[in-house]
Design a protein around this ligand. Structure first.
Ligand code: ADP
Length: 359
């Protein structure tokens, strides 16, 4: 057995090809391997990571630990501790929004659970430790205020709109400005101005993710986002039925045309577990979105069951309560992780094509 003492530089060497999940660059070169201590048989390392990747911190910690264990098998104890690096997001586009990722949630048609999924993604990322904003841009049916049970009008401070806070998420909705039951009739240019204002004049603070609930179909809001922001990412929600999949395919084609990056597809109402007999029923068929995603070369982020509890909490404006229901919470958590893995993968791909930073 090799009993040579392990040096700090050997540890740095082993961690050299571990990448920052947001920048896709070496953690060592970025100065984020903050502390390396070897004493007795114990190696202890402190690594700084961005909250952008908070949902997958634990798996990254495991990855780093295993790498060190493999390299230094002679050490009986290897410990990796993670802490947040405070890296302000860049200001994006003409609107100067301070966010690391803007994720538009779209669907081919209405009623597939797009708003519910948008709100759950925001909550899931927020609960995992990301800084999250949720913009409800669904002009035809702004349902986010209802889902989250927030109905107060946002206030203005120093000419800046203050988002309404719900379950740790900054929320802004077209619905805050329209009396309930009234329809919004906005043409393209008005809508563009409204979206631009929501992005520019809202005090979002620095965000890891701004989740945007789009109107269903293919259209104006996605176009505005692609014009106002340098990069937008997107998720498409659909049900497993053929008609819904056909419409989802159109939404994907639109995102591709607008050069909006696809993080993946989510299948909602995939199956129903009967509370009486425990059997799984595939009411709208099943697996269609996974197959379609494969065919279209889009990542598949996961399946959400049709669940009465979820519907009840939506109707009651208490969506956050579904996180207390273990099978549902596990399912949403897995989807959030998958979304972050895709966002990280995209950044790594891009970083690969950039010149090395001068440090
Ligand atoms: P969209 O934004 O696509 O129009 P919504 O998110 O408003 O759809 O959802 C439509 C309805 O379906 C809501 O009443 C919501 O509570 C319900 N719903 C959405 N997903 C589920 C699900 N997985 N299980 C049960 N009800 C759901």
């Amino acid at each position: 057995m090799d009993c040579k003492p392990v040096t700090q530089s050997e540890v740095f060497e082993v961690l050299r090809d571990c990448l920052d999940p947001e920048l896709g660059r070496s953690l060592v070169l970025l100065g984020q391997v903050r502390q390396v201590e070897v004493s007795g048989g114990r190696l202890s390392v402190v690594i700084g990571l961005p909250t952008f990747a908070a949902p997958i911190w634990e798996e990254l910690r495991m990855e780093f630990t295993q790498k060190l264990r493999r390299a230094f098998g002679q050490l009986p104890e290897v410990e990796v501790v993670l802490e947040a690096v405070d890296r302000a997001p860049e200001k994006l586009g003409v609107v100067g929004l301070s966010a690391k990722s803007v994720v538009a949630v779209g669907s081919g048609k209405g009623g597939v659970g797009k708003s519910t999924v948008a709100a759950l993604l925001a909550q899931g990322l927020g609960r995992a430790g990301c800084r999250v904003g949720l913009l409800d841009a669904d002009v035809y049916g702004p349902s986010i205020p209802h889902l989250l049970g927030v109905h107060q009008q946002p206030i203005v401070v120093n000419d800046r709109l203050q988002p309404v806070w719900a379950d740790g998420i900054a929320v802004m909705s077209i619905g805050f400005f329209v009396p309930p039951g009234e329809a919004v009739l906005w043409r393209g240019p008005m809508l563009h101005n409204a979206i631009s204002q929501f992005l520019r004049d809202t005090d979002w603070g620095p965000l890891d993710y701004l989740i945007v609930d789009l109107p269903p179909g293919t259209g104006d809001v996605a176009l505005s986002l692609s014009q106002l922001l340098p990069v937008t990412e997107a998720v498409v929600v659909c049900t497993p039925q053929d008609v819904a999949l056909l419409d989802a395919t159109k939404a994907i084609a639109m995102f591709r045309k607008l050069q909006i990056e696809l993080l993946g597809m989510i299948e909602n109402m995939s199956y129903f577990i009967c509370p009486g007999c425990g059997m799984r029923h595939e009411i709208f068929s099943s697996g269609g979105a996974r197959r379609r995603a494969e065919l279209l070369n889009v990542p598949f982020l996961g399946e959400i069951p049709l669940n009465v509890g979820l519907r009840v909490q939506c109707d009651a404006g208490r969506l956050a309560q579904v996180w207390e229901q273990p099978p549902l919470a596990d399912c949403f958590q897995a989807i959030c992780k998958q979304l972050v893995r895709q966002a990280v993968a995209l950044r790594r791909q891009k970083a690969h094509h950039l010149p090395l930073p001068v440090l």
